[in-house]
Design a protein around this ligand. Structure first.
Ligand code: ADP
Ligand code: ASP
Ligand code: MG
Length: 418
């Protein structure tokens, strides 16, 4: 079986969905499981809905209607007959959302977040599955929440592999086209959970692992993994082949083309990952597989924007040693703040972090009891794998460099725009 993943960009409008159909015609769809994300920027739009809900904003209804209108337009573009069952199916999802918000008593933001944003994937797969059936491409729609079981860490759930393996083995049909949602799972009480933003690539890897798939292909709006994000760097070039190790490093430091959690399950079973263009599906793209000899022959540039550089120093000139450092890390873990770079001296300790969940203010007040805390917000972390002096200088040009760190393969600089 092959596992495919189509992200938000590939299904952002009716033409996108028709293109997914064309891709499947070209590359085959028998014995395939397709994982699909929410359409376009739907997850962001649902985030606004949740914020409005908790803020008791007058904009709540308008924000729901915006998501609804967007999907309605896609439905109208795909189906001529407004009596087609898909219209009622999508309407029901929105009616259920309204009644969930009306009846919900939970003050837990993360819980509510998952129950609401998850609908993006539910709607997208509902539309795509109906459309494919409509144009004669028979498929089986699967509710991923009945397959991928997780703990109840809402917004960042941890997969229960044993239960998931059992469910997937039992319910995914071979020799057919299966369609399911990326990004979602469910906890022991069957409440919806999500696997972290951009987590649909990871969903594809979970299925591939449990199905012993022959390969995973994630279909993107770029020709494959490039040596840099073309949005921020000119003349990016395609990497034809890279190792799991290289891919995991690139993804971890912020090459958003692959979600970092995707690689580990695939690597364990040596399932190759292809990153290909949904515009030119027959081009080879990038192959990620085993092999130490697959190091890129060129520098790779990664930028993570909107990072925080936190510097701690002791209040009494005492050393910052193992004991303090482990305490600092425990706190970072507790507040779900991800560390992307570490630097220390005798009495100071700096970390560059990604505060995805907006917990820094709370962390800061705890740390301030023991340390002198300073920070720079909105900094960029540039990582250059296989750097050269020239490539390092090019990145630092016209920027204020706050930290520079070099290891054998990797140069990292934290900058503020000059
Ligand atoms: P999806 O539609 O699956 O969510 P994403 O938008 O998350 O796709 O990922 C594709 C985007 O990743 C590209 O449009 C590109 O801007 C960005 N990107 C970042 N780093 C790289 C890289 N090294 N190679 C290719 N694309 C990259
Ligand atoms: N829809 C989710 C998000 O935007 C998951 C994904 O697209 O991978 O984060
Ligand atoms: Mg994405």
């Amino acid at each position: 079986m092959r596992v495919f993943k189509f992200g938000g960009a590939s299904v952002k409008d009716a033409d996108g969905i028709k293109n997914v159909y064309d891709v499947l015609q070209k590359v085959g769809h028998e014995d395939v499981l397709v994982v699909i994300s929410a359409m376009g920027k739907t997850t962001n739009a649902f985030e606004v809905v949740i914020k409005n809900y908790f803020d008791k904003s007058a904009e709540l209804q308008a924000s729901i209607q915006e998501v609804r209108k967007y999907h309605n337009q896609i439905l109208m573009d795909l189906f001529d007959d407004e009596n087609h069952a898909v219209f009622a199916a999508v309407t029901k999802i929105f009616t259920d959302l309204e009644s969930f918000l009306k009846n919900n008593k939970s003050p837990n933001y993360n819980f509510v977040y998952d129950q609401v944003v998850s609908l993006g994937e539910v709607i997208s797969t509902c539309i795509v599955s109906h459309y494919f059936n409509h144009v004669g491409l028979k498929n089986q729609w699967l509710d991923v929440r009945e397959l991928i079981k997780t703990d109840n860490t809402y917004r960042d759930a941890v997969v229960d592999w044993e239960a998931t393996q059992k469910n997937i083995s039992k319910n995914v049909k071979k020799k057919t086209l299966n369609i399911t949602q990326g990004f979602l799972g469910s906890d022991d009480n069957n409440f919806t959970t999500t696997l972290g933003r951009e987590g649909s690539d990871y969903t594809a890897a979970i299925f591939a692992y449990c199905l012993n798939a022959e390969s995973v292909t994630i279909w993107k709006d770029v020709p494959g993994v490039l040596n840099a994000d073309p949005r921020y760097f000119e003349n990016a070039i395609l990497l034809n082949q890279i190792s799991y190790r290289e891919a995991i490093e690139l993804a971890f430091y912020g090459a958003t083309v692959i979600h970092p959690k995707t690689l580990q399950p695939l690597q364990k079973k040596e399932i190759p990952l292809f990153v290909k263009s949904f515009v030119n599906p027959l081009l080879p793209g990038t192959r990620v597989s085993k092999g130490a000899d697959l190091e890129p022959q060129t520098s790779c540039f990664i930028v993570k924007k909107n990072q925080l550089l936190i510097s701690l120093s002791s209040l009494d000139f005492s050393f910052i040693m193992e004991e303090n450092i482990s305490e600092i890390f425990m706190l970072l873990h507790k507040f779900k703040i991800k560390v992307t770079l570490i630097q220390n001296t005798a009495i100071s300790f700096s970390v560059c972090v990604d505060d995805k969940f907006g917990n820094f203010a709370e962390l800061k007040s705890v740390l301030s009891k023991k340390f002198h805390v300073t920070y720079n917000d909105n900094v960029s972390l540039y990582t250059i794998r296989h750097f050269t002096e020239k490539s390092g200088d090019a990145v630092a040009k016209n920027k204020v460099v706050l930290v520079r760190q070099v290891s054998r393969e990797t140069l990292q600089i934290v900058t503020k725009e000059a």
